[in-house]
Write a protein that binds this ligand. Structure first.
Ligand code: HH2
Length: 261
């Protein structure tokens, strides 16, 4: 999954894909580089980010989804939103998946997804992006993440979202202390044991920079590849990444080696 941020302030590439044309060009490049899926986001969820009003988010995202749908009919298109109104508009113009970092906090979200027969990514987070880094204390990190995701799956199922439309994500960097992130990647099998495919987004994140001593997010490609291969080894179904060509190349070789034993 290649990341297309239609935002002026995302943590690693804010402003690069701001505006419909730039976002579509960026998605087109990611698909050329080997992405199967593009994730379009109109609101940054980096720690401390200020929420964007629904109208603004809708105006950023919907024209991009419309353009992608007509130009790339075979690509999977997800919209990274936690607002049911934005999700509804995006599904109306052909988005396939809602990537909800709050895992259905908006009371209308589950029914919007169910009504469209869409897919949904349920991600683990505590609090909201503005305050999440004040909620990083766990007594049993993996157990608590699994329990939270299990509860959100129950919410999705109760609203009528089919089991084969649900994806889970441990939420790397969302209300997590630095050491929690590699731990969650190593423990992907415990999340997958809930019975749903797992998505991981570690690309360019702060823990990668802290582990490798690289302060600049855009320079964390090599460390991000390390996280991506560890996640692949742990069994994730989808990697959410900025650097598609590099990740695709690494994964191709990784898989060839893994399957040649
Ligand atoms: N991380 C970000 C946003 N959306 N969705 C999922 N499912 N998993 C993630 O790990 C995830 C996500 C990171 O936030 P943002 O500040 O918007 O930056 P970017 O989109 O460039 O990664």
């Amino acid at each position: 999954m290649g990341i297309v941020n239609v935002t002026p302030d995302s943590f690693s590439d804010g402003g690069l894909a701001f505006g419909t044309e730039a976002a579509v060009a960026s998605a087109s490049r990611l698909l050329d580089e080997g992405a199967d899926w593009v994730d379009v986001g109109g609101e940054s969820t980096r720690p401390g980010a200020t929420p964007v009003p629904v109208e603004v988010e809708r105006e950023r995202v919907i024209p991009v989804v419309e353009a992608l749908r007509s130009r790339f009919p075979r690509a999977v298109v997800s919209v990274d939103t936690s607002k049911a109104a934005v999700a509804n508009a995006a599904l109306d113009v052909g988005a396939d998946v809602i990537n909800d970092v709050t895992a259905l906090d908006d009371p209308a979200m589950a029914s919007v997804v169910a009504r469209h027969g869409a897919h949904v990514i349920l991600m683990h987070m505590r609090g909201e992006p503005r305050s999440m880094m004040q909620h990083t204390a766990y007594t049993d990190l993996v157990g608590e993440v699994v329990a939270h995701l299990r509860a959100r799956v129950a919410r999705a199922r109760a609203a009528g979202i089919a089991a084969d439309r649900i994806w889970l994500d441990p939420g790397v960097g969302f209300a997590k202390a630095p050491a929690d992130n590699p731990r969650l990647i190593a423990n992907v099998p415990r999340i997958a044991a809930l019975g749903y495919p797992v998505v991981v987004g570690a690309s360019r994140k702060r823990f990668v920079g802290e582990l490798s001593g690289v302060p600049e997010a855009a320079h964390r490609v090599f460390g991000s590849i390390g996280a991506a291969l560890a996640a692949a080894e742990a069994g994730v179904a989808v990697l959410r990444v900025h650097d598609v060509a590099a990740t695709r190349q690494a994964l191709t070789v990784f898989r060839a080696c893994r399957s040649s034993g």
